[in-house]
Design a protein around this ligand. Sequence first.
Ligand code: NAP
Ligand code: GFB
Length: 319
Amino acid sequence: MITKDSKIYIAGHRGMVGSAVKRKLKNEGYENLVYRTSSDLDLRNQQAVQGFFDQEKPDIVIDAAARVGGIMANKEYPWQFLYENLEIQNNIISSTHEQEVDKLIFLGSSCIYPKHAEQPMSEDSLLTGSLEPTNQWYAIAKIAGVKMVDALRRQYDHDYVSLMPTNLYGPNDNFDLETSHVLPAMIRKFHEAKENGHAPVPLWGTGSPRREFLHVNDVADAVFFTLNNEMEYDLYNVGTGKDISIKGLALLVQEIVGHEGDINWDTSKPDGTPRKLMDVSRMTEAGWTYNIEMEDGIRATYEWFLENLDEIKEVDIES
Ligand SMILES: NC(=O)c1ccc[n+]([C@@H]2O[C@H](COP(=O)([O-])OP(=O)(O)OC[C@H]3O[C@@H](n4cnc5c(N)ncnc54)[C@H](OP(=O)(O)O)[C@@H]3O)[C@@H](O)[C@H]2O)c1
Ligand SMILES: C[C@@H]1O[C@H](OP(=O)(O)OP(=O)(O)OC[C@H]2O[C@@H](n3cnc4c(=O)[nH]c(N)nc43)[C@H](O)[C@@H]2O)[C@@H](O)[C@H](O)[C@@H]1O
């Protein structure tokens, strides 16, 4: 079980999720944290990852490192989303097992479930139907990770768990308009249009898909809960259990940012999965629920965006 002295490796500590987990652990008094940037340790390199685990011998591993992006990035870079994610998670999970690490938390995503899964989507709907084509590459990699965790639990009785968060947002998100998810894209587009005399805002698709959104601090809280509890199952959904249409989200972000112009929907861009609402009853029964309501979370994220405008970077998937 985790103690304040446990050595905890956070893979992907500079990302949105990894940085939130790091903040949470530090706030709770866990100081024995290890991490590396991708330039110091390329997690695609098996030998380098094995060497790092041999040297550091962590007690606990949180895998929040991945090639991540929104609908267009997933659609346009199938190779990177499939192969890099398989490489990263294969290397981390196999070294975690070889070093007999006490606990592993593997982070995946709600896109592992079939495109037309019954709503809300329970953990049992995994592999019951075909995937959404735009993100099937990423989903197949993440499903392989979930199955690796399941296999290690069954065969070696390891206390390893996969958490599948819904769509996330918050500090340190990717605000690059080509590769980001919808919520950071909307914050940036409405803000820049407001600055530009309330110019019209171009958004993608029809606006009719529905999505569920969770603030990243809540995911960090769910990771902390999972670290501190022996979990009955290998796989847990993490979300709010509430969703909103993309059109509804656009109106909410527009109001929070204070943009007063038109919205133009570019229907040449894909809608993706029609609906992705999580059944969160397994996690609720285990004893965890979310805290941050969406409107409060978006307001706080817009404030963070304004304070960090200089830090907003372009993301090059092929680098
Ligand atoms: N964002 C969402 O909406 C969302 C939703 C559900 C689930 N998740 C899951 O949460 C996890 C983290 O997502 P995120 O949104 O935090 O992503 P992110 O902000 O893009 O962060 C990903 C991190 O992975 C690291 N990384 C990527 N490739 C690497 C490599 N080859 N070697 C070493 N490190 C590498 C990066 O390290 P450097 O910064 O050092 O380059 C980065 O810090 C993912 O597993 C994702 O599936 C995210
Ligand atoms: C959580 C992630 O969700 C991702 O799917 P997914 O929710 O469709 O990804 P998002 O990129 O967040 O898009 C959600 C919805 O918002 C619409 N949308 C409208 N305007 C925009 C915009 O300016 N930018 C973006 N990005 N979308 C926009 C988009 O067409 C889609 O219907 C998966 O591709 C990943 O693999 C991952 O699972």
